[in-house]
Design a protein around this ligand. Structure first.
Ligand code: HEM
Length: 147
């Protein structure tokens, strides 16, 4: 079971983080250069179909892995607990990601125009950074980078 959870978690991470790196480093610069909201919307609608399920898989498998690693959820918010603290950081990254994603989905994307492309970039860049931090914190459970 543990192997399957890790496999799904890593597969989800490749889609979520990989997709955002492609968006930030290849699609976004072109969209800004050519001032083309249509191209961004095309990528968003195609990526959404695998990006959202990937994020849901990350949350479900992540919570199951967290529960196996630290079965008492009270320790996830205890700053003195080394492993629990990393789970808490993951949950904080998740909450921040959800705030950016909801703001983009509900406020920016429905009225996306040339004038709003910079505002959209200010959502894409932080969410991409957060997606990389998810992987760094994830890898640190085994490598012990932060303890
Ligand atoms: C898009 C979001 C996420 C990404 C990209 C991500 C990525 C990763 C990666 C790459 C690993 C390392 C796997 C390994 O050791 O081989 C990992 C481990 C882990 N992640 Fe995530 N993660 C995400 C969300 C979450 C969430 C929401 C939680 C829940 C709190 C979570 C909990 C964990 C746990 C507990 C581990 C350690 C598993 C273990 O070694 O037993 N992750 N994550």
């Amino acid at each position: 079971m543990y192997g399957l959870l890790i496999l799904l978690h890593i597969l989800g991470a490749t889609v979520w983080t990989g997709g955002h790196l492609i968006l930030a480093f290849t699609i976004l610069p072109r969209v800004l250069r050519e001032r083309s909201p249509a191209e961004l919307l095309r990528f968003e609608s195609a990526y959404e179909r695998i990006g959202l399920p990937a994020l849901i898989i990350q949350v479900v498998t992540g919570l199951m892995l967290a529960y196996q690693l630290v079965p008492d959820p009270a320790r996830w918010v205890d700053p003195s607990d080394v492993t629990g603290r990393l789970i808490g950081v993951k949950l904080l990254l998740l909450a921040t990601t959800v705030c950016f994603a909801l703001d983009a989905r509900l406020r920016v994307i429905p009225n996306l125009s040339e004038a709003k492309l910079v505002s959209m970039a200010w959502h894409i860049i932080p969410v991409t950074l957060l997606s990389v931090l998810f992987v760094v914190v994830g890898a640190s459970f085994r490598t012990g980078w932060f303890y």
